[in-house]
Design a protein around this ligand. Structure first.
Ligand code: UD1
Length: 338
């Protein structure tokens, strides 16, 4: 198939482009590069031997999106493009609602005009909010607790309404847990701009000497070691989950929801120990106060994806940390050094 990937130069997007190409698909990427580098795509091409077509296009520019569909006979879309920093979404909600919602509406309207009605959407475990019991199951009521998360929830609603209104649509909503790691080649990986918000990129920058120490947000939670539990998933497993979802919806119309997670929780200190093992030395850290909005623990019920897609995670926390470290060590400044 020919797959259009929005946000295909980003962290999860670039790994998914690679998995799609390895599975034999042709890929067209659109990305506005505001938070990523096209160097990622050059490296994917180096690894797969198959360059993806690239358009530097913003989803807010509906005519430019139409032009991409006019040029390529696209069979399906995987939609990653969006803003994703929780804290920034709280201080700049209009920017988040405008970018994520209008961008998605432009994409969907353009798809409809070009008779492309298969889409895999990059959603998040954050849609489960703070009131659900763990593990999270796809049939639970959703309700995010910050503007970023609400854009994911609202896009899920838009896609659900679309699937209900028009039986020609094939829609997969993928709720990611905590993606970490990098391709085992060490050539592509996560390259956050500015201070990393997420745990593993922060640890990696401490390990490589870009930051002084990790602040562990809270050591007094009601968990085995007092730090929060999350469901970490290797980005290569996550990328392969997209290929599996795409194959499933290729043959079935309707709206499908799947958690993509491992089904187990790891604590902040367990992640730190695993990363230290990969690096071979201790990583400076200090336990500080809790971060606003953090939940003590959540992880996926991963049984639906296994039953429907024959997909489950295959890589351990140690492999995630080893691969993440190989990428960071070989690319201390991310893509910008090249
Ligand atoms: C965060 C977002 C979530 C988003 C997800 C993926 C918040 C509140 N949640 O989830 O909406 O979908 O990222 O992008 O921002 N930690 C530290 N020190 C750090 C960084 C993190 O101790 O410097 C801890 C956190 O308190 C948490 C764990 O590490 O317990 C994981 O944090 P993070 O990687 O930010 O992921 P989430 O909080 O699960």
């Amino acid at each position: 198939m020919k797959i259009l990937v929005t946000g295909g130069t980003g962290y999860i997007g670039s790994h998914t482009v690679l998995s799609l190409q390895e599975a034999g698909h042709d890929v067209v990427v659109i990305d506005n590069l505001i938070n990523s580098s096209d160097e990622a795509l050059r490296r994917v091409a180096e690894l797969t031997g198959k360059p993806a077509a690239f358009h530097r296009t913003d989803l807010l520019d509906e005519q430019a999106v139409d032009a991409v569909f006019a040029e390529h006979a696209v069979d399906a879309v995987i939609h990653f493009a969006g803003l994703k920093a929780v804290g920034e979404s709280v201080s700049e909600p209009l920017k988040y609602y405008h970018n994520n919602l209008v961008g998605t509406l432009n994409l969907l309207r353009s798809m409809d005009r070009h008779n492309v009605r298969s889409i895999v959407f990059s959603s998040s475990a954050t849609v489960y909010g703070e009131h659900n019991a763990i593990p999270y199951v796809e049939k639970m009521e959703i309700g995010a607790n910050n503007p970023y998360g609400r854009t994911k929830e609202q896009i899920e609603d838009i896609l659900s309404d679309l699937g209900a209104a028009d039986g020609r649509w094939h829609i997969a909503l993928l709720r990611y847990f905590n993606p970490v790691g990098a391709h085992p080649s060490g050539r592509i990986g996560e390259d956050p701009q500015g201070i990393p918000n997420n745990l593993v990129p922060f640890i990696a920058q401490v390990a490589v000497g870009r930051r002084e120490k990790l602040m562990v947000f809270g050591g007094d939670y009601d968990t085995p070691d007092g730090t929060c539990l999350r469901d970490y998933i290797h980005v290569v497993d996550l990328a392969e989950g997209h290929v599996a979802a795409l194959n499933h919806i290729a043959e079935r119309a309707g709206v499908f929801r799947w958690n993509l997670g491992s089904g187990t929780g790891s604590s902040v200190l367990e992640v730190l120990r695993s990363f230290e093992k990969a690096v071979g030395r201790p990583i400076p850290h200090e336990i500080t106060g809790r971060r606003a909005g953090d939940l003590p623990a959540f992880w996926a019920d991963a049984t639906s994806a296994l039953a429907d897609l024959s997909w489950s995670t295959s890589k351990s926390l140690d492999q995630m940390c080893e691969d993440h470290w190989r990428w960071q060590k070989n690319n201390p400044q991310g893509y910008s050094a090249d």
